[in-house]
Design a binder for this molecule. Structure first.
Ligand code: SUD
Ligand code: ADP
Length: 292
């Protein structure tokens, strides 16, 4: 039996450079893992895929990214055997935190270990990219510049550690919807990725905080103005910076101290009906598989 944790992510930046012939958007984003995670327990079965889940509202069949990742890898590597997956979900769904991608990534890493397939991280990423643009990042984790449609990764220096407060309003945003509306609305301001990469290398927390920028934020805020209010509250309560993650609607705040982060989360919990999490930035995934 193998237990794998799939970490969520936040986007420190998200830029859209244009639309591609395949319908996807060319992006340039600084992605950061956080230690809010789903937990997946994998064990061998003679054949097929058995998935169990501990939350309502998510299918436990071939529509689930965890299931699809298992099928893809078992078939792709001609594995004689199947897998039972027990998924404990903590990452909110359709929240801009790549929860589904994190589950798929954990299954790819877990099946590779369970069946001793010996695939490299790059080979797992190639499988992951077939299922979703964010999956390669969730396989590798840490701090990365993601380009292409999000699947081309360049490792950056790890960020200096931050406490992260996540506020997920009771709204779900579809990624495809956000990109489509971006095409109609465009951006007022683009991130300066070169500058934030330099600030990360210098471990300059204030610099990093001042350079957060996500071109999808305006699109989602237009539809759900409450996101702007959440950002204001994060800042009032001492965040170094606050922004929407990915296509939203989750708002994150970066804090230097745990106490401040917990105070801000408690305030937002009182003021709103959002789901609140206090977590931390996380490093690369390499050693998060536990064998029993
Ligand atoms: C916006 C981001 C930022 O990290 O994250 P989320 O908000 O989903 O977490 C990602 O680009 C999301 O990646 P992911 O969720 O894996 O997207 P995919 O499954 O590959 O694509 C879903 C849909 O989003 C659109 N899409 C996605 C990625 C991209 N570079 N261009 C696109 O236009 C396409 O309409 C596609 O059909
Ligand atoms: N294991 C999974 N966890 C979450 N969502 C999943 C999963 N499998 C499939 N999905 C589908 O993927 C969509 C995007 O989910 P998610 O990855 O949580 O959001 P986001 O792309 O905003 O980060 C959901 O609407 C859901 O229907």
């Amino acid at each position: 039996m193998i237990t794998v944790e799939g970490n969520a992510k936040i986007n420190l930046t998200l830029d859209i450079l244009g639309k591609r012939p395949d319908g996807y958007h060319e992006v340039a984003m600084v992605m950061q893992s956080i230690n809010l995670h789903d937990t997946l327990t994998l064990s061998k079965i003679p054949s097929g895929i058995e998935l169990t889940l501990d939350v309502p509202g998510l299918e436990a069949d071939e529509r689930n990214l965890a299931w699809r990742a298992a099928r893809l890898l078992l078939d792709g590597e001609s594995v004689k055997g199947g897998v039972r997956i027990a998924l404990t979900k903590r990452i909110p769904i359709a929240a801009g935190l790549a929860g589904g991608s994190a589950d798929a990534a954990a299954v790819l890493r877990g099946v590779n270990a369970l069946y001793e397939l010996g695939l490299t991280e790059a080979e797992l990423c190639a499988y992951g990219a077939k299922l979703g643009s964010d999956i390669p990042f969730t396989i590798v984790g840490g701090t990365m510049l993601a380009t292409g449609r999000g699947e081309v990764l360049e490792a950056l220096d790890p960020v200096p550690p931050f406490w992260v407060v996540l506020a997920k309003p009771k709204i779900s945003v579809s990624t495809a919807w956000a990109y489509k509306h971006y095409d109609e609305q465009g951006a007022e301001q683009h991130p300066d990725n070169a500058a934030i990469i330099q600030a990360i290398a210098k471990r300059d927390r204030a610099g990093i905080a001042s350079l957060l920028c996500n071109v999808l934020e305006r699109v989602t805020i237009k539809q759900y103005p409450v996101i702007a209010q959440y950002k204001e509250w994060m800042m009032e309560k001492g965040a170094l910076a606050s922004m929407m993650s990915g296509s939203g609607p989750t708002v994150f705040g970066l804090f230097s101290a745990e106490e401040e982060a917990r105070r801000a989360a408690a305030f937002l919990e009182e003021q709103t009906d959002a789901e609140l999490f206090v977590c931390q930035t996380a490093g690369a995934n390499c050693d998060t598989i536990h064998k029993r």
